[in-house]
Design a protein around this ligand. Structure first.
Ligand SMILES: C[C@@H]1N[C@@H](c2cn(-c3ccccc3)nn2)[C@H](O)[C@@H]1O
Length: 445
């Protein structure tokens, strides 16, 4: 029995309009976390902090006014928006999510509502504007990351415990509305807003405001997508409302983790987007990546395929240096992923959950009648086991160059697909031709 909500989900089920279809078909994105935190890079007063570098202000307990003095050093002399866009193009990402403003409050655009923006730094120019033009010119969509929590603003409140808190926070919400309207007005080609910093009690007590922001942006930018993390309902319930319905247009809870391919198949019922860091937990630039495990390009690739195999998007994080260049690990990663996408990207772009049982050799993805096998773990048997749903037959198995590698039925709805004679040097893709006939007779009876 559902309860009535004023600020719960305003839609049931997936969106199927062109804008959401493009969001979904993009599948692979990149995150850009760039802000004042890139200057200290995890070190403060001679001490290196192992926590996330974009949270250094918090770990080192730096007062806002002292932290924001970093603006005097913001002058990325190696920054070249066109070079960033070329790197993204080569990696094969179809969209880039940019931190317009992270928790620190520093704005990459010349906001007229804040004194802490690029306009007040030696760099002066509109970095966000330069980036949007460069990415869009490469045919890459731009999404905005926006942190509601703002450590630079005196009216931000973690909770509302008094009339003063309420008055201050209402001023803060109006300030935030103004910045969001400014972003939507100045950069109308933006396709998505990804809200963060929305976990505090102050926001959960203002679910109405989160519903208003979603509606305001959709009125200003028809088709724009909004992540579930913005949203709290009448009772402060986040992401899924008190009736269990997803709010926003896609679930954005998979941060540095992924749904289990067997236990969490329920996620295939809604749209979702995961995001991941290359080190264990660094979004902003950290000078010392030896403090945690750094994922190899193959480990990043597997997470990308894993997400798409369960009907989700994956956003891989980059934390540019203060000088506007990228560290060599991130350049090498973009290059490696791009090479793989060049050869095998058809199993990612526009693909979705196949609905077949996960097998140990890797992941399935599907696009229309085509089912792809993405092989990460080739078996010693050289036989790739495929189990199809009732009424589905596999009629052919080919490599993407069309070469038939052979498939043999071994039992009802079970097949062995051969490994290619010459096992590829890395993860590779097999394309299956299938016939789906619900009325198939049971030949093994
Ligand atoms: C997308 C990622 N989200 C931000 C984040 C938020 N949190 C966090 C930390 C403590 C409590 C609740 C949330 N940790 N990281 C990171 O700084 C990065 O922006």
């Amino acid at each position: 029995q559902e309860i009535s909500l004023k600020y719960g989900a305003d839609r049931l089920g997936k969106r199927h309009d062109d804008s959401m279809r493009k969001f979904r078909d993009n599948r692979l994105g990149a995150f850009i976390h760039w802000g004042l935190y890139a200057i200290p890079g995890g070190e403060w007063n001679g001490k290196v902090y192992n926590g996330a570098a974009e949270w250094l202000k918090s770990w080192a307990k730096v007062p806002a006014d002292e932290w924001l003095k970093l603006m005097d050093q913001w002058n990325p002399e190696k920054f070249n928006a066109k070079a960033w866009a070329k790197m993204a193009k080569k990696m094969g990402v179809k969209y880039v999510k940019i931190t317009t403003k992270h928790h620190e409050g520093f704005c990459l655009w010349p906001s007229k509502y804040s004194q802490y923006t690029v306009a007040q730094t030696p760099y002066k120019k509109d970095i966000l504007g330069e980036l949007i033009k460069a990415y869009n010119d490469e045919g890459i969509d731009v999404h905005f990351y926006f942190s509601v929590m703002d450590w630079s603003h005196p009216d931000y409140r973690y909770d509302i415990k008094s009339k003063e808190d309420e008055a201050a926070f209402n001023r803060f919400l109006e300030f935030t509305d103004n910045q969001l309207k400014e972003l939507a007005t100045r950069y109308p080609t933006v396709k998505d807003f990804w809200f963060d910093g929305t976990w505090d009690a102050s926001i959960k007590k203002n679910g109405w405001w989160t519903a208003h922001v979603e509606q305001m942006l959709k009125d200003m930018l028809p088709g724009v997508t909004i992540n579930s993390r913005l949203r709290a309902d009448d009772y402060g319930k986040r992401h899924f409302d008190s009736n269990g319905h997803l709010m926003g247009d896609y679930e954005s809870g998979y941060e540095r983790r992924l749904p289990d391919p067997v236990k969490d198949v329920k996620v295939t019922r809604w749209d979702w987007e995961a995001c991941m860091t290359v080190p264990e937990n660094q979004w902003g630039y950290h000078k010392d990546w030896s403090i945690s495990y750094v994922k190899t390009p193959l480990e990043v690739l597997e997470r990308i395929v894993h997400a798409v195999s369960m009907g989700g998007n994956m956003v891989v994080n980059f934390g540019p240096q203060a000088d506007g260049d990228f560290r060599h690990e991130e350049k090498e990663l973009a290059d490696a992923i791009g090479k793989w996408m060049q050869e095998y990207g058809e199993c990612i772009y526009g693909c979705d959950y196949a609905g077949w049982d996960k097998q140990s050799w890797g992941y399935y993805t599907r696009k229309g009648k085509d089912v792809y096998m993405v092989v990460f773990n080739p078996p010693y048997s050289k036989l790739l086991v495929v189990k199809t749903p009732k009424g589905t037959k596999v009629t052919k198995a080919v490599l993407l160059d069309g070469k038939d590698i052979g498939v043999k039925e071994t039992a009802r709805n079970e097949y062995n697909v051969n490994m290619p004679a010459k096992a590829p040097a890395g993860p590779f893709v097999i394309k299956l031709q299938i016939e789906e006939d619900a009325s198939v007779t049971d030949k093994y009876r």
